[in-house]
Design a protein around this ligand. Structure first.
Ligand SMILES: Cc1ncc(COP(=O)(O)O)c(C=O)c1O
Length: 491
């Protein structure tokens, strides 16, 4: 009998793997090359019809890699200073390929015993770092899903009846608190959980863009008086725009006093928990109730890889502990009991492989070097008359601004003092930098003002790249065509 169309001989399989390796390396070389524009869009693609005939996999693979490598934002570029998206560690890429090859189904332990053991070991390292010996963790598709799971755990922990009866089982409207700089996923999930977006209380931030606990405390009191039920505070450890660190030690005390769940969104900065050397920054996370970490950000894993960790495993399994007849009998803790998915990819393998290969020390050095580079960049900017910093996180995210007018030399420029033209220049400089392919930086808003944003995220970025970024910014800022464009830019 003829084999399936999908069958491959061992020889073909070996050739195709080898080809993939070669194409992948060629891509990495192209994307890392300093002459390659960071964002390339060379060809428009017209959607074709559904293929009817066969063609050689090798040909399709070559075509796909060629097309994709010329139409991509290159995270491999050392001049990519983007939105927390890393150049992936090569061993992590291999781990992901191995996960596809093994194709384990992680829904229940009985079905994937070895894979479950490696994932649990890896999650155990995170829990151990936090001292959460009775905790539970799960890999997720990313920080958004991790935040959703944590919010649901917090909700059901406070009102166990919600799991069966839904929100109509409650007499009062639940509300939760986040900083105005928190990630948008929290607003989205307030809607998804049936709480409604109005259940999100956006708390203003200080001049440092960290949440103001005094305003939070007042808002909690006001809400209780008005008949609402506060149940959770989300503190961000590394905000998306400026890397601000919410005052977690104060939030811990406030949440204990007010009996509120404290979730820490450490999608980016939470990676630091692997590093005892930086415990002075993250130590208070140990006293929170749950934590989001995204290894596909600062741990430089290929997408997707998020983690949600809950300090008390009893609270964690309660919302998701449903049973079904078709679940194979096996180990008592089922992998789907903390999360949204049933069929689940062997997500944790890549991180296990990287930690096994390089150990925690490599991440220590990685964090320290990127923070050093961030500090260097801020120092160089402060010495330039045309630019100044507006944020002050110790993490390697810097928000800064073009200075159109002579400003007295100061460490940090208040965003409230930025002129309309300075803000227009900020937006235009970010857009022009990307359009010309010189680097990928972006503009964001802080307290309503448009500012420039960059972060060191690629582990191949060096001081020379940052020097070049500043030189390029100066060149652009002096260009009359750019200044004309800026005058037409929205604020
Ligand atoms: C603070 C914070 N939380 C959550 C997220 C969402 O993470 P993901 O994109 O992995 O869903 C991000 C993404 O940038 C983030 O910065």
């Amino acid at each position: 009998m003829a084999g399936s169309d999908f069958s491959v001989s061992p020889g073909q399989a070996r050739r195709l793997w080898r080809l993939l390796g070669e194409l992948g390396l060629a891509y990495a070389r192209h994307a890392s090359d300093e002459r390659t524009p960071v964002l390339e869009r060379r060809e428009r693609r017209q959607p074709g019809p559904l293929p009817q005939k066969k063609q050689a996999v090798e040909r399709v693979l070559r075509h796909a890699t060629r097309y994709l490598s010329r139409n991509a934002c290159h995270l491999y570029s050392p001049r990519y200073y983007g939105l927390m998206n890393p150049r992936p560690v090569w061993a992590g890429v291999l781990g992901d390929a191995l996960a596809s090859l093994l194709n384990q189904q992680l829904a229940v332990e009985a079905h994937a015993p070895g894979a479950t053991a490696l994932e649990r070991e890896t999650l155990g390292w995170f829990l151990e770092a936090l001292g959460w010996r009775r905790g539970l963790g799960q890999f997720t598709s990313g920080g958004s899903e991790a935040n959703l799971v944590a919010l649901k755990v917090a909700l059901n922990h406070r009102w166990p009846a919600v799991g069966r009866g839904g929100l109509r089982a409650l007499r009062r409207q639940p509300v939760f608190y986040v900083s105005e700089e928190a990630h948008h996923s929290l607003e989205k999930f307030a809607d998804l959980l049936g709480l409604g977006r109005e259940a999100v209380r956006w708390i203003p931030s200080h001049a440092s863009f960290a949440l103001r606990p005094d305003v939070l405390a007042q808002q909690v009191r006001r809400d209780r008086r008005a008949g609402y039920s506060p149940f959770c505070v989300v503190g961000t450890f590394g905000t998306t725009s400026s890397g601000a660190l919410d005052p977690l030690a104060t939030l811990v005390r406030l949440c204990r006093r007010e009996r509120l769940w404290l979730h820490v969104d450490g999608a980016y900065g939470g990676a630091l928990i692997l590093s005892p050397r930086f415990r002075r920054l993250w130590g208070a996370i140990r006293r929170a109730d749950s934590l989001t970490v995204d290894p596909h950000k600062w741990l430089a894993m290929p997408f997707p890889l998020g983690v949600v960790l809950v300090r008390d495993r009893k609270a964690a399994v309660c919302p998701f502990g449903v049973q079904a007849a078709y679940v194979p009998r096996g180990a008592p803790v089922e992998n789907y009991q903390l999360g949204m998915q049933w069929s689940r990819r062997f997500l944790g393998l890549k991180l296990w492989l990287v930690l096994q290969s390089y150990g925690r020390g490599a991440y220590d050095a990685h964090f320290a070097e990127q923070m050093r580079l961030g500090e260097r960049f801020r120092g160089w900017l402060a010495a330039r008359p045309q630019f100044g910093t507006v944020s002050e996180s110790p993490l390697p995210i810097t928000c800064f601004t073009y200075c159109g007018e002579a400003r007295a030399a100061r460490r940090r420029i208040p965003v409230g003092s930025l002129t309309r033209f300075e803000q227009q220049m900020n937006l235009t400089l970010a857009e022009e930098m990307v359009r010309r392919g010189w680097a990928w930086i972006s503009a964001t808003r802080l307290h309503g003002a448009r500012v420039l944003r960059m972060m060191v995220i690629n582990y191949e970025t060096r001081e020379k790249h940052l020097r070049r970024l500043i030189a390029d910014l100066e060149r652009l800022a002096a260009d009359p065509a750019v200044r004309r464009l800026a005058r037409r830019a929205p604020v």
